[in-house]
Write a protein that binds this ligand. Sequence first.
Ligand code: ATP
Ligand code: MG
Length: 423
Amino acid sequence: MIQKPKGTYDIYGGEKAKKLLYIENLLVTLMQKYNYEYFRTPIFEASELFHRGVGETTDIVSKETYDFKDRGDRMMTLRPEGTAGVVRSYIENKLYGGVMPLKTWYYGPMYRYERPQSGRFREFYQFGIEVFGTNDPMTDAEIISIAVNFYKLLGLKGIKVNINSLGDNESRETYRQALVEYLEPYIDELCEDCKDRYTKNPLRILDCKVDKDTDILKNIPKTIDYLNEDSKAHFEAVQAYLKELQIEFVINPSIVRGLDYYTHTVFEVEANVEGFGSQNVLCGGGRYNNLVETMDGPSTPGVGFAMGLERLLTALEFEKIELDYDKGIDLYVIPMSESEKLKAITVTQFLRLNGFSAEIDYMSRNLKNNFKQADRLNSKFVVIIGNEEVETGILTIKNNETKEEYKVKLDEIIDFMDKMLGE
Ligand code: ATP
Ligand code: MG
C-alpha cells in the first residue's frame, strides 16, 4: 500500500473539513472588508527567487527547501513561504506603477523539509498579507490587528502578541556592531549554527532555538536600545495605534524573525493555551522596507505577515471552540420506490439550485432506514415522494425534529421552505 509522504496529511471530509472551509470563507470575507486584493502566484518558482528573497543564511533556504531540476535543467523550488512570490509578481507586473498602497493577500500550501512533529509539517497552509508602498506605522498596526481580529472572530482567547522593532537600516547597523562586540568573547560557547551566523548574519542568533535559554542570549543587547530617532518614533506610533485599536501586546526584545528582509516592526502572535506545546507561534510578520529593492524592484516599503492554518486548527481544538457552521442539511428527499426516483432527483435539483442544501436516497433504503439516514445527516426536513405525490404534484414534507407534517405544492416549495427556515 502506498502511503502519503512524511509530514503531509489528508483532509477526508468530516468536521475537520467543515472547520477548514469555515475558516477559509471567513478569511475571504474579512479580506473584502479590509479591502485587500487576492493574489495567486505559482507553487514553484526559480530557486534563486528564494535564495535572494528569503536569504541564503536562513534555515528555510539553507536546510528546508524542496529543490528539483525540471526537464529543461532549471533549478526550481517548491515555495517555502509566500512573500518572495508576491514580491516577484509585484515587480514583474510593474504594480509599483499603480495607486499606492497596494494591499494584497494570499492563501495556499507551502513546503519545507522539516522534522515532522506536532504543529510542524512538510506541506502546510499559510494565509498571508503584504502591503506595498507605505511606510506609515498605521499600516504596521493594521496588519497586526487583522491577525488578532481574525483570531478573535473565531473565538480564540489565549492569544499573545509580541512586538519588537529592528529599526531602519542605520539603527540595524549600529545594533549589528554592538551585537558582534558583545558576542565576541562567547563565540566558542555558541552552537555550531550560531558560530556560522556570527560571521554571516549575527542578528539571526537571537532567533536560535538551541541557545535561547543560555545566559549569553538572556543578556544580549536589545534592538530597541539602538533605535535612532526616526525608528523610535515609528515604533511608538505603531504602539499608539495598537492601543487605540485595543489590541493588547507586549514588547519582546527577542523577536527578530527568521528572515533577512525585516526592518522596523516585527511581531509574532502566539497561542497561550495550556498544553499546546512548543510549536505555539500562530503568526509572524513585520516590515520589510528593503525587500523590493533587493529583488531588483524600485525601492518600496512593505509590511506583511504569514499565519499557519494547522496550528490555528489545533489551537481551536485546545480551546474547545465550536465554530458556527451549518452542522447538517436542510432537506432529505426520499423516493418511496424506483418509479419515483425521476421525480425525486428533479425536486432535489430544484431545491439545491434555489439555495437549499438537499440530499437524496441513493441506496433504495426502506422508509425506516431512510429516516435513520435523515437523522445521521442532521436533516431539518424530510421530503417524501410516493406515487400519490407524483400524480398530484403535492409533496409531503416533514419537520424532522417536531415530526409535524405538511402538504406543499411543488411550485410553492421554495416559499414554504423560506418561511420554515425563517429566511
Ligand atoms: P517556526 O519558528 O515555528 O519554525 P517560522 O519562523 O519558520 O516558524 P514563518 O516562516 O514565519 O515561521 O511562518 C509563519 C507561520 O507559518 C508560523 O508562525 C506557523 O504558524 C506556520 N508554519 C511555519 N512552518 C510551519 C510548518 N513546518 N508546519 C506548519 N506550520 C508552519
Ligand atoms: Mg521554521
